[in-house]
Design a protein around this ligand. Structure first.
Ligand SMILES: Cc1ncc(COP(=O)(O)O)c(C=O)c1O
Length: 388
């Protein structure tokens, strides 16, 4: 995100999370233009990013939000014009006590298991559009930790089980007006979406024949020059053959490249022949770096750079490390380091372990201004610890 380096890198309070409204909008526009061709609706899942001002901004341009919990559903409801737009929820954890609140915030729900559906359908079926989350078992994701279709998955009803129950107990389907699947992670290959749709059509034609909508999940990344042929083919096929509304809910695809974390070097020392640079941020501000042990993109990195540093987070955890990077110039205390492509699954998962404050949040607005949106304080830490 070179705009940050050129213009604003020294202006933000470090550490900072900066989201770029133009970048969000350009991703929304790419997928909206493609979706128009296939008349598919776009919902944004709050699980990827849920900063309220940004949601309000996005809510103007998309068809709805997807939630994974009662709190997310309520936040979605408060951030969008709920009379004109839609809110959908799915979760393995939906309980009786919360369902009536869920119904006030959401227009549609996908039940994660046949048990969840049977327990809750009496309360839900006349008040909210009900669907079932299915699991096609399509296995596109190499790393099982990200794979919703891994063996013994907890996510969705295996399509073969739904198909055999449909034949044996067709009354179980009364009140079901939608299906939902989410089968991928960071894929750029919409051929995999088409393959999933074909698989579902093969196993569940009788279910597809009687529903009104299908949510095809997220898990895909896209650029304007990408080949969307298979996406369009999959959506048009569902619409034409079964006359159903199709919903796509990309998270990282929309927000991933639209957020950066700006940090500052606070100490430098040598250990075993390697330079260690301690930053004022931590992998706890981008926990997937630690969870999945990947090396995040750093804007100033130079493959040919003469100076090499292990960039390390500021907590006591020995493994709170981003990786070893090369730079053209030596780092010094006060040097700024920008982690790019940090929009998704960062702020929503960030924590204050060790009492390290969260990054200050900025918007880089459509008209090119840097607006500070939220600065966290000791009171946020106290409240997170259970104090008041
Ligand atoms: C049901 C569902 N929909 C959409 C998404 C968004 O996925 P992504 O951010 O990879 O596009 C997820 C992510 O876990 C999901 O579980």
């Amino acid at each position: 995100m070179s705009f940050l380096i050129d213009t604003y890198i020294s202006n933000v309070k470090s550490p900072a999370f900066v989201y770029n409204e133009n970048e969000i909008l350009s991703k929304i526009n790419i997928i909206k233009n493609i979706s128009k061709l296939a008349s598919c609706k776009i919902y944004f899942p709050l699980k990827a990013f849920s900063f309220p001002d940004a949601l309000k901004f996005m809510g103007e341009y998309i068809d709805g939000f997807s939630a994974s919990s009662l709190f997310e559903a309520r936040l979605a409801f408060e951030m969008i014009n709920a009379k004109e737009k839609s809110i959908h929820i799915t979760s393995p954890f939906i309980v009786d006590e919360e369902l009536s609140s869920v119904i006030t915030y959401c227009n549609s729900i996908s039940f994660n298991s046949l048990g969840q559906w049977q327990r809750l359908r009496g309360m839900a079926k006349d008040k909210i559009s009900c669907g079932l989350r299915i699991n096609p078992g399509s296995l596109f994701v190499k790393d099982v930790r990200y794979d919703p279709c891994r063996r013994h998955s907890k996510l969705g009803i295996p399509i073969k089980i739904l198909s055999s129950n449909f034949n044996k107990h067709s009354d179980w389907m009364e009140g079901v007006s939608g299906l939902h699947f989410h089968t991928n992670c960071e894929s750029t290959n919409f051929g995999e979406l088409l393959a999933t749709v074909n698989l579902i059509c093969k196993h569940l034609p009788q279910v597809l024949d009687r529903i009104d909508w299908i949510n095809i999940g997220g898990g895909y990344l896209f650029e304007s020059e990408q080949d969307f042929e298979h996406f369009i083919e999959a959506v048009l096929f569902l619409k034409k053959k079964f006359d159903i509304q199709v919903i796509f809910e990309p998270g990282k695809g929309i927000i991933g490249q639209a957020g950066s974390i700006v940090s500052t070097v606070v100490d430098i020392f040598l250990n075993d022949g390697h330079n260690i640079a301690i930053l004022d941020t931590t992998t706890n501000h981008m926990p997937e770096v630690f969870e999945y042990q990947f090396k995040p993109d750093v804007a100033q990195e130079s493959d040919e750079g003469k100076y090499s540093y292990i960039l390390a987070g500021s907590t006591c955890l020995a493994g709170d490390i981003f990786g070893e990077y090369r730079f053209d110039k030596p780092l010094k205390i006060g040097s700024r380091i920008v982690f790019e492509n940090m929009g998704a699954y960062t702020l929503v998962k960030a924590n204050m372990f060790n009492g390290i404050n969260l990054p200050t949040i900025y918007a880089y607005t459509q008209d090119g201004k840097l607006e500070m949106k939220r600065q966290f304080t000791y009171d946020d830490f106290l409240s997170r610890c259970g104090g008041r």
